[in-house]
Design a protein around this ligand. Structure first.
Ligand code: C5P
Length: 327
């Protein structure tokens, strides 16, 4: 029996890049938020050996570098099973678009394979496999609103937000995350006027982000409802995002290289987005809107000018889990 799952995308509600670590990765802090837009993954096991990845999108590698292939190989090894696995990826989300699609595909495939092979993993083992394959995988083990620290792979479930309408705009360009991190290092070295101060500068960036995130999250109680007694400051969690100064550091290196991305962000703001930002290292820019109607209207006007837009909404942890399995 095949198993089919939805593989949801994420956006980053702010992302602060800290110092480069001895292992070559950067310390970072970010708030991940899953959204309803998704790919669909189907897995099927048969007697035999081998892992076959099928995807009609030519930008998706179907060899052993595919993130689904990598988790499948690890699951087989861990569970000491032999099987011939076919994993089919129906791609709707952009490739290298900052929405974590490749990471999400891998986690969705992992959940589906555990069911298909009847090989349930302990939570800690699932986390180990996910973190080994990439920094952005573990967030998809939780879903909803998630704090990411370390290199992004240490994840903590945060209080849920109410559903927020979201427009994703994906310009037709792929941004290399590794290159964006290198560009960030160069920017920091210049800003700190010397390598010796770079680390101090980067640490300050992290502590500033955690203050902003704390300020924003303290407006909300555990169920994502604005805390009473905060007056008009807490009217909408969206405006508070802006007030708290939540930002994505990648904008500082990606926007100068691709000015059209900054234009898309400004356009979303002009179209009424309460908060707009680059997601991850891009190229997707998202806008959060007070209502689905406003989001639809903005998307209609922008698509009429040839922009690739998707209207979606934020997905709570409960929804993420309830809607993952199709069959
Ligand atoms: O973990 P992931 O495969 O997503 O990382 C892709 C690349 O991005 C890494 O090889 C590394 O160069 C860079 N990276 C980083 N710091 C992070 C995450 C990723 O420098 N926290």
């Amino acid at each position: 029996m095949a198993v089919t799952v939805r593989s949801f995308a994420k956006i980053n509600l702010g992302l602060a890049i800290g110092p480069a670590r001895p292992d070559g990765f950067h310390a970072l802090e970010t708030i991940y938020q899953t959204v309803a837009a998704h790919d669909v993954i189907r897995v099927e096991a048969a007697p035999g050996d081998g892992i076959e990845i099928r995807c009609a999108n030519p930008l998706v590698p179907c060899d052993e570098t595919n993130t689904c292939h990598r988790v499948a190989a690890r699951l087989l090894r861990h569970s000491k099973q032999r099987a011939r696995l076919a994993i089919t990826i129906e791609k709707n989300l952009p490739v290298q678009g900052g929405l974590g699609a490749g990471s999400s595909n891998a986690v969705a495939a992992l959940f589906a394979l555990e069911r298909e092979l009847q090989a349930p993993l302990a939570a800690a083992e699932r986390l180990r496999i996910a973190a080994e394959v990439g920094s952005d995988l573990p967030l998809f083990l939780l879903g909803g609103t998630v704090l990411g620290v370390g290199r992004g792979e240490q994840v903590y479930a945060l209080a849920e937000l109410p559903a927020i309408a979201c427009v994703l705009v994906t310009p037709p360009l792929a941004v290399s995350t590794a290159q964006a991190f290198r560009d960030w290092d160069e920017l920091m070295t210049n800003a700190a006027k010397g390598p010796s101060l770079t680390e101090v500068h980067a640490s300050v960036t992290l502590s500033k982000f955690s203050r902003s995130a704390f300020e924003w999250l303290s407006y909300l109680d555990v169920s994502g409802v604005p805390v009473e007694g905060n007056g008009d400051r807490a009217e909408t969690p969206l405006l508070d995002l802006v007030r708290a100064g939540i930002e994505n550091d990648f904008e500082r290196v990606v926007f100068p290289q691709y000015p059209e991305l900054r234009d898309v962000k400004r356009r979303l703001e002009r179209e009424g987005a309460d908060f707009a930002s680059l997601s991850g290292s891009g190229s997707t820019i998202y806008g959060l809107f007070r209502s689905r109607e406003r989001a639809m209207q903005a998307a209609r006007r922008m698509s009429a000018e040839g922009m690739a837009t998707t209207v979606t909404e934020t997905l709570s942890r409960r929804q993420y889990r309830a809607q993952m399995f199709v069959s």
